[in-house]
Ligand binder design. Structure first.
Ligand code: NAD
Length: 414
């Protein structure tokens, strides 16, 4: 099956399957398999040495039948238009699964922030907002952080947008610092959501968290907070990895030490002599495997050798379609990316709601609402998986596209 498809093609493949199973026409498939709008921009930036470098950026808006579009902005040298398009479709699915009044959007700039100064990054962030300002806004399309963007970058973007519009617009962007209208719990939201998903999956498998051995690939924002939450909850974190390699100890790793020594790019394993390759690492003994790094890590080549009984995808697109089939046939419970990593957009939505009402919630309020939303989403997807006899990924897509398709139908678009 479709093992060599890129991320956009494989997403389109499952969207088509989901809509067909739900009884929608080919017109609906044609509408939802591509973003409605993709803007490509060129952003001139004055560099610190006085030269001018021109960067390429994108903003994709998948579908706004349900409401404004929403999704992060990624700064990375490998950003492509197809990747941004696929990510915007995944955002639509996530918003549908957790039942938010949004469609999906996503942005990206082809750049390497690790090679840029603080002021160059500020000029790039402001330039991007000027370039896309006509199609974004608090009731049109609301950006947020993603790979290699953070709350400082959100603050510059919010400031630039507010200057252009000549009013303070905190609801233009989420993931802001608390003093500028950010929400408690936003930074850890993805890992919190993944933790809730792990608990739900463990219940289905009849395993207690305290008896569970966890392997986490990736020690960045998602992976490192997750390691902390798992460790604090009494699970045994037996493996962690970063781009340089993996650490594994069947008796459990010293998570507090590793968190203390990790750098701001989520790397720590360089401090150790004997590390595993990421490939060997994924095949070690555990109960729960959490890919929290990059795409295409579990493929037809290694799916047979994954020893976990639960795979919870914190990363976007870590498992190929063929690997999904192999794992499902082997009885592995997969909590797919569009469900597992939706905690970030849920708390982004809470941030936007707080900005709109000008009234701010405590961290306890944010976390209890997140818990409720994520548990309900898991149950909905799991029920479709059981009652429609489809794998968890297809079940999540079926739940995720339904609201968007219905909204488009009521609007008379299809
Ligand atoms: P990050 O940049 O903070 O960390 C990435 C981690 O992955 C680092 O530890 C890095 O060393 C490691 N890594 C990079 N390349 C690797 C490779 N080839 N092999 C093994 N490890 C590698 O990123 P993040 O924000 O933690 O995001 C990780 C994944 O989770 C991404 O797929 C992202 O799209 C997804 N995600 C993150 C959030 C969020 O709120 N942070 C939300 C939804 C989805």
């Amino acid at each position: 099956m479709a093992e060599n498809l890129n991320v956009l093609q494989s997403t389109q493949y499952i969207i088509e399957q989901a809509l067909t199973r739900l009884g929608y026409s080919d017109g609906m498939v044609q509408l939802l398999k591509e973003p409605m709008r993709v803007l490509t921009v060129r952003i001139p930036v004055r560099m610190d040495d006085d030269s001018v470098q021109v960067f390429t950026g994108y903003r994709a808006q998948h579908n706004d039948a349900v409401g404004p579009t929403k999704g992060g902005v990624r700064f990375h040298p490998d950003v492509t238009e197809d990747e941004v398009k696929a990510l915007s479709i995944w955002m639509s699915l996530k918003c549908g699964i957790v039942d938010l009044p949004y469609g999906g959007g996503k942005g990206g700039i082809v750049c390497d922030p690790r090679q840029m100064s603080f002021r160059e990054l500020e000029r790039l962030s402001r330039g991007y907002v000027r370039a896309i300002s006509q199609i974004v806004g608090p009731t049109k399309d609301i950006p947020a952080p993603d790979v290699m963007t953070n709350s400082q970058i959100m603050a510059w973007m919010m400031d630039e947008y507010s200057r252009i519009r000549e009013f303070d617009a905190p609801g233009f962007i989420t993931g802001k610092p608390l003093v500028l209208g950010g929400s408690h719990g936003r930074e850890t939201a993805t890992a919190r959501g993944v933790t809730i998903m792990i608990n739900e999956a463990l219940k289905k498998k009849g395993i207690h968290l305290k008896d569970a051995r966890v392997i986490i690939q990736g020690f960045g924002n998602a992976g490192s907070y997750l390691a902390k939450f798992m460790h604090d909850a009494g699970a045994k974190v037996v493996g962690i990895s970063d781009v340089y390699g993996g650490l594994y100890d069947k008796d459990g790793l010293d998570i507090e030490y590793l968190l203390d020594r990790r750098d701001s790019f989520g790397t720590v394993t360089k401090l150790f002599k004997n590390t595993l390759s990421n490939r060997e690492f994924l095949e070690q003994e555990c109960d729960i495997l959490v890919p929290a790094a990059i795409e295409n890590q579990i493929t037809a080549d290694n799916a047979d050798r994954i020893r976990a009984s639960i795979v919870v995808e914190a990363a976007n697109g870590p498992t190929t379609l063929e690997a999904t089939r192999i794992l499902t046939e082997r009885g592995v419970l997969i909590v797919p990316d569009v469900l597992a990593s939706a905690g970030g957009v849920v708390v982004s939505y809470f941030e936007w709601v707080q900005n709109n009402q000008g009234y701010y919630w405590t961290e306890a309020e944010v976390l209890s609402r997140l818990q409720e939303v994520m548990e309900k989403a898991f149950e909905n997807v799991y029920n479709v998986h059981i009652t429609r006899n489809v794998d968890m990924r297809l079940a999540a897509y079926m739940v995720g596209v339904r609201k968007m398709a219905e909204a488009a139908r009521f609007r008379g678009w299809v």
